[in-house]
Write a protein that binds this ligand. Structure first.
Ligand SMILES: *Cc1c(COP(=O)(O)O)cnc(C)c1O
Length: 228
């Protein structure tokens, strides 16, 4: 496939166009390639094209790919629900975790982060739609959890993440705006927070317009996911 026609390049162009539309510098938006269900070879092919950040939801699958690609210096982000019995491997092997939604998990990640590694970069996952079925802390619990996390020695709190209910662009725009406002309020007391992890294949343009600094793209990059 030629450089210009690859899905990665097409997406980079779409991200740049959305940034242009929103008068933002494309450098301020990181593309996270969501590689769940994808093979190590598929990840390697993207790495060959200069993609560094990869997002995974399933621990064992992720560890296998990390082992296969250990020499490549990739940056691994855990974006799936966290069971507390999985925190040790997550703390030891990932660079980022986007899905921290309770203090118990944050404490374990901090305690289990190996001292030889830099602090684990974390985002708080926010349940913007207040859906009972979804992970994430409710909006009104974000400030308290953030205050507790910044005191943990081996974590660096970077910002907020959300997965709005797959709905209309208008609904998702409102949810993204809510998340952006919540980050901006936190920044009054925690100015180092710099990350809004929001926007997926169907809505990343809207997310960028609303201030996303990291978009998590799977389907748009790899095509429809095979059944797991
Ligand atoms: C799977 C997943 C994505 C990617 O979704 P697409 O619609 O395929 O782009 C993004 N974020 C999270 C948390 C996911 O689980």
């Amino acid at each position: 496939m030629s450089e210009t026609a690859s899905p990665l390049n097409t997406l980079r162009q779409s991200i740049a166009a959305a940034c242009h539309q929103a008068s933002r510098d494309p450098e301020t938006v990181t593309l996270l390639a969501v590689s769940k269900t994808r093979s190590a070879d598929e990840v390697a092919a993207l790495a060959d094209q200069g993609q560094h950040h990869f997002g995974e939801n399933y621990l064992q699958e992720a560890l296998d790919k990390m082992d296969a690609l250990a020499e490549r210096g990739l940056v691994w982000h855990f974006i799936g629900p966290i069971q507390s019995n999985k925190t040790r491997d997550i703390a030891a092997r990932f660079d980022w975790v986007h899905s921290v939604d309770r203090l118990k998990v944050a404490r374990r990640l901090s305690e289990q982060r190996p001292q030889t590694l830099p602090p684990l970069q974390v985002c708080i996952q926010v349940n913007v739609d207040d859906e009972a079925s979804k992970s994430g802390v409710p909006l009104e619990g974000v400030a308290e959890l953030a205050k507790a996390i910044v005191d943990l020695p081996n974590l660096t709190l970077r910002g907020l993440m959300a997965i709005p209910r797959a709905d209309s662009d208008d609904h998702n725009r409102a949810a993204f705006r809510q998340l952006a406002m919540t980050l901006s309020q936190l920044r009054n007391t925690m100015p180092a927070l710099d990350t809004l992890s929001m926007g997926m294949s169907a809505d990343f343009g809207v997310a960028i317009e609303e201030g996303a600094t990291l978009v998590r793209l799977g389907t748009a990059l790899f095509g429809p996911r095979p059944a797991r």
